[in-house]
Ligand binder design. Structure first.
Ligand SMILES: *[C@@H]1O[C@H](CO)[C@@H](O)[C@H](O)[C@H]1NC(C)=O
Ligand SMILES: *[C@@H]1O[C@H](CO)[C@@H](O)[C@H](O)[C@H]1NC(C)=O
Ligand SMILES: *[C@@H]1O[C@H](CO)[C@@H](O)[C@H](O)[C@H]1NC(C)=O
Ligand SMILES: *[C@@H]1O[C@H](CO)[C@@H](O)[C@H](O)[C@H]1NC(C)=O
Ligand SMILES: *[C@@H]1O[C@H](CO)[C@@H](O)[C@H](O)[C@H]1NC(C)=O
Ligand SMILES: *[C@@H]1O[C@H](CO)[C@@H](O)[C@H](O)[C@H]1NC(C)=O
Ligand SMILES: *[C@@H]1O[C@H](CO)[C@@H](O)[C@H](O)[C@H]1NC(C)=O
Ligand SMILES: *[C@@H]1O[C@H](CO)[C@@H](O)[C@H](O)[C@H]1NC(C)=O
Ligand SMILES: *[C@@H]1O[C@H](CO)[C@@H](O)[C@H](O)[C@H]1NC(C)=O
Ligand SMILES: *[C@@H]1O[C@H](CO)[C@@H](O)[C@H](O)[C@H]1NC(C)=O
Ligand SMILES: *[C@@H]1O[C@H](CO)[C@@H](O)[C@H](O)[C@H]1NC(C)=O
Length: 326
């Protein structure tokens, strides 16, 4: 520890000397290179050599708003609290033990990058006051459970990247869907099996559709583990949601990519008919959105691999003859 202190004193000295210009080999006994400005510092090439963030000048740490320290740390930095005004924090590539991650000092964060940090669990963001957070990257970790309720209070969250984690379970997805500003969520998982728990109820979908109608937003979900149908209410419950609200839901999600239904039980023709009825509005457009193109259904006869939502399937199956009331 005393070595670290020496180092820090050295750094304070250096930073006053250089008065906010670049310096290289800035932290002795490490390969680090630093770029310092009044409001930020970037550490390069540290190669996991740091046990903590350096404090260049205790008097002005409070003025630092950006810290970029990729592949720099070998544990969670205790000095974070010295920098309580940071808005951009990139600690990607460092090695953290999930249980020590503590964001309680940081209330001003807008952009947080914890990609590729060996995290096994998502920090419980519910415990922290991160109301300004807009971009969160927790990709390339070992996260298996995504609990939507952890994100409940991240009102300003707009982009959430969870790509390339071995996700096995999603719980309370509704909290994510319900975040007013969330417009992109990347859930492309390195694991192929996913369980979704506590799915949205029909009432929650209706509430959500009203909210989406008023906000006009698009919500892009990227996933390789679940189908759109698996999160929507069962086709038998469709009539409980008005066609107008269903259209709003589909319009909002129309640029998303879900998986096909291949891995789920075979489609029931009745279901196909219900889906078709709902989704047929989209057939006015010659080019279907990726949402519709990516949705395929294995029919009970085991032969027809039909897109759920195109007109051809609709007519091939003579489904248009069956009249459905909503
Ligand atoms: C700061 O670093 C950049 C890139 O490393 C370099 O181009 C620039 O000349 C440096 N400025 C000073 C004042 O050393
Ligand atoms: C911090 O502030 C104190 C008192 O204001 C001053 O004596 C000291 O030199 C400052 N340290 C740095 C590194 O600027
Ligand atoms: C740094 O913050 C102090 C107050 O904490 C303030 O007095 C000072 O002007 C700030 N310096 C800069 C360069 O913003
Ligand atoms: C997070 O950092 C990684 C590199 O370490 C980078 O590839 C990625 O784009 C960053 N994420 C965001 C959202 O900036
Ligand atoms: C993650 O970090 C390790 C070094 O810690 C690096 O070798 C690997 O390429 C990184 N992976 C990604 C996806 O960035
Ligand atoms: C979102 O962030 C802005 C500042 O960027 C802030 O004024 C606003 O209160 C935040 N919204 C919420 C819901 O916290
Ligand atoms: C969704 O957010 C609204 C506020 O925008 C809130 O009233 C509602 O309770 C939330 N619903 C869920 C299921 O969290
Ligand atoms: C909502 O969408 C309509 C039609 O696409 C557009 O005219 C309107 O400006 C949008 N409203 C907002 C708040 O984005
Ligand atoms: C969507 O909002 C518009 C006004 O913004 C309203 O006229 C329409 O009835 C709403 N649709 C539904 C299904 O509530
Ligand atoms: C969907 O993506 C296409 C192509 O990227 C884009 O042109 C279109 O505006 C997007 N639609 C919505 C509703 O965001
Ligand atoms: C629509 O599809 C046709 C071919 O089917 C293609 O040539 C055209 O570029 C597409 N238009 C758009 C806007 O994607």
């Amino acid at each position: 520890m005393s070595k670290v202190h020496q180092l820090l004193i050295f750094l304070c000295f250096l930073s006053t000397l250089t008065n906010s210009t670049n310096i290289s080999s800035c932290i002795s006994n490490t390969p680090c290179k630093c770029i310092l400005t009044e409001h930020s510092f970037i550490l390069n090439n540290c190669l996991h050599s740091l046990p903590d963030l350096p404090i260049f000048n205790p008097n002005t740490s409070i003025n630092i708003t950006t810290i970029i320290a990729q592949y720099a740390l070998n544990r969670w930095p205790l000095h974070l609290c010295t920098y309580s005004n940071i808005e951009i924090l990139d600690l990607s590539g460092s090695n953290f033990d999930s249980q020590y991650i503590d964001l309680s000092c940081l209330t001003q964060l807008i952009h947080l990058n914890l990609s590729n940090t060996s995290m096994k669990k998502i920090p419980n963001f519910d415990k922290y006051s991160l109301k300004y957070l807009q971009i969160l990257d927790i990709s390339n970790n070992q996260i298996e459970i995504l609990d939507g309720s952890f994100f409940r209070l991240l009102n300003n969250l707009s982009i959430l990247i969870i790509e390339n984690n071995p996700l096995k379970e999603i719980n309370y997805f509704e909290y994510l869907l319900n975040l007013s500003y969330l417009k992109f969520i990347n859930l492309i998982s390195s694991s192929s099996i996913m369980t979704i728990k506590n799915l949205l109820t029909v009432t929650q979908w209706i509430d959500l559709a009203h909210k989406w109608n008023n906000s006009n937003k698009t919500f892009i979900i990227r996933t390789n583990t679940f189908s759109l149908q698996s999160i929507l209410p069962n086709p038998e419950q469709f009539q409980l949601i008005s066609l107008d609200l269903m259209k709003i839901i589909l319009k909002t999600l129309s640029n998303s990519t879900f998986t096909t239904l291949f891995s789920t039980p075979k489609c029931n023709c009745i279901y196909i008919r219900n889906y078709q009825q709902i989704f047929s509005f989209n057939n006015y457009h010659k080019n279907l959105s990726s949402l519709f193109q990516s949705t395929t259904c294995l029919m009970p006869n085991g032969i027809i691999h039909a897109r759920l939502f195109d007109q051809r399937t609709f007519t091939d199956l003579n489904l248009f003859k069956i009249h459905v009331h909503f």
